[in-house]
Design a protein around this ligand. Structure first.
Ligand SMILES: CCCCCCCC/C=C\CCCCCCCC(=O)SCCNC(=O)CCNC(=O)[C@H](O)C(C)(C)COP(=O)(O)OP(=O)(O)OC[C@H]1O[C@@H](n2cnc3c(N)ncnc32)[C@H](O)[C@@H]1OP(=O)(O)O
Length: 256
């Protein structure tokens, strides 16, 4: 009873806040109302959510599922063993597994509570297939000390480009996503300004590759990232890329 009343109150308050600024795009209420709801605007986390509130629990898509191949699992176990463990163990470990997009809400200031109330319907483009294993299966690990990310990526059958190989646009997408995750961690709200990609050798569909993303330079708003996609044992170079990301203000997101 009490919970329902609180939820209803929050929802009414949120609707009222929306009504105050009707020109704002309805899919970005979190950005606009964040300060009012107690989010830390300097947070390194970018959060997207839509109304209405409900008891929806975001799923963490970066955790193993039955479609992950033994090679994917082997690499996952390897990187996971280098990570900080929940509950304190290995607290000095340099690696952290990044939860998938909608799970980020709980890291915002006050988000532990909000993540229970807010329905995050929006889903990152790379996580939008219902069938496990059909498209992008990946997990990103962040090394805070080295300012780098390594992503284990298994490309499913819907990502086909040339027969039997991964589409170049899908490769660009995963590069943008991994580099974007690193720059979000380093610079807060960012957008890709430029992505330059050299495709060196095709990626077999269904294979597992590593996407390494490394900070090259950070200059005021500009963050330059270098990326490499290699075979899972590192012996073959598939793709190289550089990405320029620019820190943006909340106003830029809201204003379009
Ligand atoms: C414990 C773990 C913690 C982890 C936390 C992390 C979790 C994260 C998890 C998950 C993240 C998911 C990640 C997804 C990532 C996806 C990212 C995308 O795909 S973004 C969509 C595609 N990009 C756009 O749509 C942009 C469209 N363009 C724009 O909006 C603007 O052009 C923008 C913002 C890029 C720049 O506009 P301006 O007005 O802010 O800046 P101006 O004044 O134009 O430029 C500033 C400087 O930058 C240079 N610049 C701008 N654009 C450039 C370009 N394309 N190439 C080279 N230089 C450029 C300019 O020359 C200028 O340089 P001078 O200051 O004069 O030296």
């Amino acid at each position: 009873m009490f919970r329902r009343a609180v939820t209803a109150l929050c929802y009414t308050a949120a609707r009222a806040l929306l009504a105050l600024r009707p020109h704002v795009h309805r899919h970005l209420p979190s950005v606009r109302t964040a300060p009012l709801l107690g989010f830390n605007l300097d947070s390194r986390w970018s959060v997207t959510m839509t109304w209405p509130f409900s008891s929806f629990q975001p799923h963490d898509y970066s955790l193993p599922n039955p479609s992950w191949s033994p090679e994917m699992m082997r690499l996952y176990d390897h990187y996971n063993s280098l990570c900080e463990q929940e509950g304190g163990g290995k607290s000095k470990a340099p690696w952290v597994r990044m939860p998938s997009y909608n799970r980020l809400l709980k890291y915002a200031k006050g988000g532990q509570c909000l993540s229970k109330m807010v329905q995050a319907k929006a889903r990152l483009f790379t996580r939008n297939m219902k069938e496990e294993g059909a498209s992008f299966e990946y997990v990103v690990f962040l090394n805070k000390q080295e300012k780098m990310c390594t992503c284990i990526f298994q490309a499913g059958h819907l990502l086909e480009g040339p027969p039997g190989y991964v589409h170049g646009g899908a490769i660009a997408t995963i590069i943008d996503t991994v580099a974007g995750a690193l720059t979000t961690y380093l610079g807060g709200l960012v957008m890709t300004a430029n992505l330059t990609i050299n495709y060196r050798s095709p990626i077999p569909l269904g294979s597992v590759v590593l996407v390494h993303s490394l900070l090259e330079k950070m200059e005021e708003r500009k963050i330059l990232i270098f990326c490499q996609v290699t075979s899972s044992d590192g012996s073959k170079l598939h793709t190289e890329a550089t990405g320029l990301f620019l820190s943006i203000s909340l106003g830029h997101l809201i204003g379009g």
